[in-house]
Design a protein around this ligand. Structure first.
Ligand code: NAP
Length: 315
């Protein structure tokens, strides 16, 4: 690690403040920094702002920021396929507006992107230099966001990640399947995609390292970078479900593999393989990403503990 890996005393704009990653970033950074959190609806105490509306984004920038972390997105992959215009606005246009303002004002910009920018045909982990080729609207609009970041923000980093888990989104795979394992006797899941489940806790730590490094060392001269950040190892949704079942001690629930054809309302194609190499990030910062199993276990145990405390408080 070169220099300090924590941000201190910085004014930071975090978008997606009501989302899984944004909430975690704010919780991590707020004690030592001045945070402005923005979301579309203004949930979770965030400022309400539709980032696709340039004039509204301009108003946020009446404040001065040392760093912008853009974690907002339309992240529902099937939703993007059904509502491509909304996907374009939230993922591409919003990023264009933010990147342009960061470019004009010389503010470092971190854009959170996805492994879904790749086509999933590779048989070994994707590197930052591999060709992109999204197979769905979500991936395409996130890639547009990467393009605008590169074009408009001379001080910028694209951080690609995959299969996030954390609190704040009951529809995310880990949270939804945990609920089902607790309430159903048989749970059927897909085993068609291979990817790296990633903890928003570990991703937030990485994003802070990247931001802190650049604020300390590089903010005076142009830099542009791409990093892949995800937990180590890979699995399918079936494998992920078996691990959740094991950690929660729910072996009495049967977990079965299901076919894609059985799923209704699956609008978007998925890349079948999304595993990314984190070598570049790990070497740059001299760190090792934890395995997805270790991070998942920590997350599920914390959630179990939190729900027991809440139940006790209610009684
Ligand atoms: N989830 C994953 O598995 C995954 C995988 C790879 C990459 N990523 C990327 O990681 C980042 C964080 O994902 P997440 O799962 O934490 O997201 P999330 O939980 O779905 O939250 C999305 C956030 O974006 C905000 N938002 C959406 N459209 C907006 C707009 N037009 N203007 C302002 N705010 C808007 C939402 O605000 P409201 O709540 O007010 O609507 C919400 O705060 C995203 O960039 C996503 O593409 C996610």
């Amino acid at each position: 690690m070169k220099g300090s890996d924590r941000l201190k005393g910085a004014s930071v704009l975090v978008t997606g403040a009501s989302g899984m990653l944004g909430r975690k970033l704010i919780r991590r950074l707020a004690p030592a920094n001045q945070i402005t959190g923005v979301s579309k609806s203004g949930r979770e105490g965030a400022f309400a702002c539709d980032l696709a509306k340039g004039a509204d984004v301009g108003k946020i920038f009446s404040r001065n920021f040392d760093l912008v972390i853009h974690a907002a997105a339309y992240s529902d992959v099937d939703g993007c396929e059904k509502e491509p215009q909304l996907a374009h606005e939230a993922n591409a246009l919003a990023t264009k507006n933010l990147a342009a303002l960061c470019g004009q004002k010389g503010v470092p910009f971190i854009y959170v992107s996805t492994d879904y920018v790749f086509d999933g045909q590779k048989k070994s982990p994707y590197r930052e230099t591999d060709a992109t080729g999204p197979v769905n609207i979500y991936g395409l609009t996130k890639l547009e966001g990467e393009y605008f970041t590169k074009q408009l923000a001379p001080l910028s980093a694209v951080v690609r990640t995959s299969w996030l888990f954390g609190e704040g989104n009951p529809k995310s795979f880990v949270n939804a399947i945990t609920q089902r394992l607790k309430t159903e006797k048989v749970v059927r899941v897909l085993a068609d995609q291979e990817d790296s489940p990633t903890s928003v806790e570990d991703l937030s730590e990485a994003i802070e390292k990247i931001g802190a490094h650049w604020l300390l060392h590089k903010a005076q001269k142009p830099f542009q970078d791409v990093f892949h950040v995800c937990n180590a190892g890979s699995t399918t949704r079936y494998g992920l479900t078996l691990k959740i079942r094991e950690v929660l001690g729910l072996e009495n629930v049967r977990v079965e593999k299901m076919d894609k054809e059985e799923i209704k309302n699956r609008w978007a194609l998925r890349p079948l393989y999304g595993v990314m190499s984190t070598d570049r990030y790990e070497r740059f910062f001299n760190v090792k990403m934890r395995s997805w199993q270790e991070s998942l276990e920590d997350y599920l145990k914390e959630e179990e503990h939190a729900s027991k405390v809440t139940k006790k408080d209610k009684n």
